[in-house]
Structures are given as structure tokens and as C-alpha cells.
Design a protein around this ligand. Structure first.
Ligand code: CTP
Ligand code: MG
Length: 214
């Protein structure tokens, strides 16, 4: 047995080493590919959208008081926006979105992080404001379609903030939008948004902040 081990030709060992090295390289290659094609766009998607994602949960936490439509009805006899859209929620939500954006700008200035999209004061303001204006517009059309406050309205409830934020960017800062919103990032935002929206709303529901878990 030991004699057979000793006569393993050197080229067999070398070829085994080659196979190992190749496998290791393939694993490394996979890591680099997944970093380039998945992880970086995912991080970029979250980084871009943070100032737009934060206003909604903050409005749910701190909103309430005078409704934006002052309790008035539209010409169809239904509420313009409803009691779920208040001045306090709107302003505190937008401030929170701008606040997190300023923190992101500070982090980039301090730590570099050149692989992430670079926010500007304008992009942050447009994302935060657009998110809650999108939410407000959604509620306007939700009331027109006869749905009461808090009733589920799939797709619109999840994407209102994305639509609002991107439309404001498109109108007031298109160069920033097209420089940073590359296709894989945009696709990831479309996948990520409903997942995050649902998760945060379920958490809000169990915390007693939201009346419904959607
Ligand atoms: N909120 C607020 N002001 C806003 C947006 C939200 O005060 N501009 C608060 C309200 O208390 C609201 C909660 O956040 O009930 C959750 O927001 P959302 O789900 O957008 O409102 P809904 O109550 O579901 O109303 P709608 O059916 O119009 O979407
Ligand atoms: Mg809602």
C-alpha cells in the first residue's frame, strides 16, 4: 500500500493542484461577478432610495392632526385626500428623508465610498419630497376610485413613493437621475420596494403605529 503511494507520479499531483487552483479561481470569479452584478447595484438601490424610503414610516409614526384637505370633499362628494394625509406627517416625513440624505452626504464626504451613488442636496430634497407627494397623489386617485382610507390598493400603495420621487428627479434634476439610475439599480428598486414596504408596514402594524399591515 505504502509502495503504491510513493510511486504517484509528480504530474498527477501537479494536475490535482491545477484543478484545485482552477476551482478556487472560479469561486473568486463568482464572488467578483456577484459583487459587480448584484451586491453593488443592491447597495446602490438602497443608498439612492433611503431619502425616499424613510418619509413614509416616519409620517406613520409622527403624523396625525389636521388633514391636508382640511376635511373637505372633492366635486365627487368624496374626501380630497382623506384623514390619512396630514400636514404633520407630510412635513416631518419630508424632513426625515432630507435628514437621512444629509447624513449620507456627510458619510460620503468623510469615508469616500466612491463605489456608491453620490447624493446632492437637490437629489435628497427631491427624493424625500417626491416620495410623500407621490403618496398624496395616490390617495387623491384612491379616493376618486371610491376606496376609503387604509383600504388595500395593490401596486399603487407600494410604488407611489418611487413614482413621485423619480418624477421629481426627472423634472428638476434629470442629469443626476440618468447618471445614477442605471438599469440594474432601477430593476432592483422595483423588486426591493414592495418587499421593504410590506415588511415595514407589518412591523408598524404590530407596533400599533399602523392600523393595517399594508
Ligand atoms: N400619514 C400622515 N401624513 C401623510 C402620510 C401619512 O399623517 N402625509 C400617516 C397617517 O397617520 C396614515 C399613516 O401615516 O394613516 C400611514 O400612511 P398611509 O398608509 O400612506 O395612509 P393610509 O391611512 O393608508 O391612507 P390612504 O388610503 O390614503 O393611503
Ligand atoms: Mg396605506
Amino acid at each position: 500500500m505504502s509502495t503504491r503511494c510513493q510511486i504517484i507520479p509528480i504530474y498527477v499531483i501537479q494536475s490535482n493542484l491545477n484543478v484545485c487552483a482552477c476551482s478556487l479561481l472560479q469561486v473568486l470569479e463568482c464572488c467578483i461577478i456577484s459583487l459587480d452584478f448584484f451586491l453593488l447595484p443592491l447597495l446602490s438601490a438602497v443608498w439612492i432610495m433611503l431619502p425616499a424610503y424613510l418619509p413614509n414610516p416616519v409620517a406613520a409614526l409622527f403624523g396625525g392632526g389636521t388633514p391636508i384637505d382640511l376635511g373637505r370633499n372633492f366635486s365627487d362628494g368624496k374626501r380630497v385626500f382623506g384623514d390619512g394625509k396630514t400636514f404633520r406627517g407630510l412635513f416631518i416625513g419630508i424632513l426625515a428623508g432630507i435628514g437621512i440624505g444629509l447624513v449620507q452626504i456627510w458619510i460620503m464626504g468623510t469615508y469616500g465610498l466612491d463605489y456608491l451613488p453620490r447624493h446632492t442636496y437637490l437629489s435628497v430634497m427631491l427624493l424625500a419630497t417626491g416620495a410623500l407627494l407621490g403618496d398624496l397623489c395616490k390617495s387623491f386617485f384612491k379616493r376618486r376610485s371610491g376606496k376609503e382610507r387604509g383600504i388595500k390598493w395593490p401596486v399603487a400603495d407600494q410604488y407611489d413613493l418611487v413614482a413621485g420621487a423619480l418624477i421629481l428627479l426627472l423634472v428638476f434634476d434629470p442629469s443626476w437621475l440618468f447618471a445614477n439610475m442605471i438599469l440594474p439599480v432601477f430593476i432592483l428598486i422595483l423588486i426591493l420596494t414592495p418587499v421593504l414596504h410590506r415588511t415595514v408596514n407589518i412591523i408598524g402594524y404590530y407596533m400599533g403605529v399602523k392600523e393595517v399591515p399594508w
